[in-house]
Each structure stands twice: as C-alpha cells, then as structure tokens.
Design a binder for this molecule. Structure first.
Ligand SMILES: [Zn+2]
Ligand SMILES: [Zn+2]
Length: 271
C-alpha cells in the first residue's frame, strides 16, 4: 500500500537529478516514486463529469523544469552541475509541441492498467522516466499545452497530470512531482529505431492485458515488483528487494554515524 505518508517520506529523501546518470539499482526506486495510486489503475476512479479544455498559462509553471527556457543545469552523480545538452528530440503529431531530453531514462515500462487503456485509447502504454530537469520544451510550452488531472478529473495544471498538445491532442507526457514519464513514440529516432535504453524493462498491470504478450520481459499483475507473473519478474523482484535492503542498511548506518556526532549534527543533517 502506497500511502500519502510514504510518498512524502520518499519524496523528501530523493535526489532525482543525480539519477540521470545512474543505472539500474536506482531504477526501481524511481519507479516507486511515480506510484500515483494504490488502486489497480494509474489514477483514482471518480464520478465522471463534463469538462472543457483550457490552457494554463501560469507564471510559476514556466519558471520550473521542464517548462523553463532556457533549461537549467543538470546535476551529475558527482554533484557537479552540467549544462543541459539535448540528446534526444521529440514532438507531437502536428509539431506545435517540441521537446528535447538529456541523458537516458531511469526506467521504461509498458502499462496495461485501465487508466492507460482509457486515456490513451490503446491496449497498453509505453513510458520512459526522466527527472524533470532532463526534459526541456523547445516549442509550445507556454501556449500549446493542456493539462488534465485524473485524480480530480479536472483540466487544470495540478500534478500528477497528463500533458497534451492543445492542437492535435497528442499525449506528450505524464507529469509527476519530480519526474516526467515521456512517451518514446514521440521521439525522433536518428535511424528510425528506438534507442536500446528506452526499451521497456517490464510489463505492469499485466492482468488487464487485452491479449498475451509473447516476450521475455518481466510481467507483473500489479506495479513493478507487485505480483510477479513469470520467472523474469520473480528475478527482478528479488533484485529489487536486495537493493531495497542494502539501501535501508546503508541509511541505518548513516543515521548511526550521524548519531555519534551528537543531536545537533543529526538534526541539521536531517533538514
Ligand atoms: Zn500537436
Ligand atoms: Zn497505466
């Protein structure tokens, strides 16, 4: 069960920018961050009501990644800040919304949940996760995006939300508090072939599949790590549990070390 309290605790501990350059050990943790609901859907169910699409042109949004332009620096694992450098570019169907991405995804997955099926009109979706600072909109960020908050079923900019092109209605991304779930289908692949790093590592909410998928990827009936379906998923879950345990042990050790330095240091370190 992923409660609001655990979410807050997780968010307060994370340093998403550092993960831009990290490999698999942190991937599972990042995936946990985007668990937006404990229901078997991406977003909570609610009574339906009519809504009209509108553009949110709030100043605050445009002052932060990924809408900030020019983009801010991206912090590497060594703590040093690097200048944003576009490594991938992408756009919506009509081209009124364009974006660029720095670095490789923290994780990538196929989601078969009912929310995805409804909101994308597809049997399943493909998302690649990036810290917000690694994404930069080069066109349309101010006047050509519309937002939809599935929790409240409202067309307003309130994360987590769906980000869509106002003109052609292509889905651009799922925006969380710190992460962007980008859709690899929108990226301009240099040779027409998707980069290896964007390929999905697993299927989630596989129990809602419209048909069996014949691949070797890990399959979970719930979120990544929950209800493994095949051997690949069991193996992935084992690795996730191991990483989680190691991380917890390290944190405990760090706490003890800080504790030795007295309560004032301990308090300062926590702030
Ligand atoms: Zn468009
Ligand atoms: Zn989904």
């Amino acid at each position: 069960m992923f409660t609001a309290r655990t979410l807050l605790r997780t968010l307060s501990k994370q340093r998403p920018i550092l993960r831009l350059y990290t490999a698999s050990p942190l991937r599972t943790f990042s995936t946990t961050l985007i668990r937006m609901s404990s229901t078997p859907r991406h977003f909570a169910e609610d009574a339906s009501h009519k809504h009209s699409l509108h553009v949110v042109d709030d100043k605050e949004r445009l002052e932060r990644a990924p809408y900030l332009s020019p983009p801010g620096p991206v912090k590497g694992p060594d703590g040093k800040e690097k200048e944003f450098k576009a490594e991938y570019t992408g756009q919506c169907f009509c081209g009124e919304v364009q974006f660029e991405i720095m670095g490789e995804p923290l994780d990538s997955s196929y989601c078969h949940c009912r929310d995805c099926q409804h909101m994308h009109g597809a049997p399943y979706t493909h998302h690649a996760i990036f810290p917000k600072s690694a994404v930069h909109f080069t066109k349309g960020a101010k006047e050509n995006l519309i937002f939809y908050n599935p929790h409240e079923k409202k067309t307003e900019y309130k994360v987590p939300c769906k980000v869509t092109c106002k003109s052609c209605h292509s889905r651009i991304a799922d925006e969380g508090n710190n992460m962007m779930l980008m859709l690899p289908g929108l990226i301009d692949w240099k040779d027409g072939k998707m980069a290896e790093s964007f390929k999905a590592t697993h299927h989630q909410y596989y129990k809602f599949r419209t048909e069996d998928i014949q691949d070797e990827k890990a399959k979970f009936d719930g979120w990544k790590g929950d209800e493994p379906v095949n051997d690949a998923a069991k193996k992935m879950k084992k690795e996730m549990d191991k990483e989680k345990k190691e991380k917890e042990e390290k944190e405990e050790k760090d706490e003890e070390t800080v504790g030795d330095q007295g309560p004032d240091v301990k308090r300062r370190r926590k702030e």
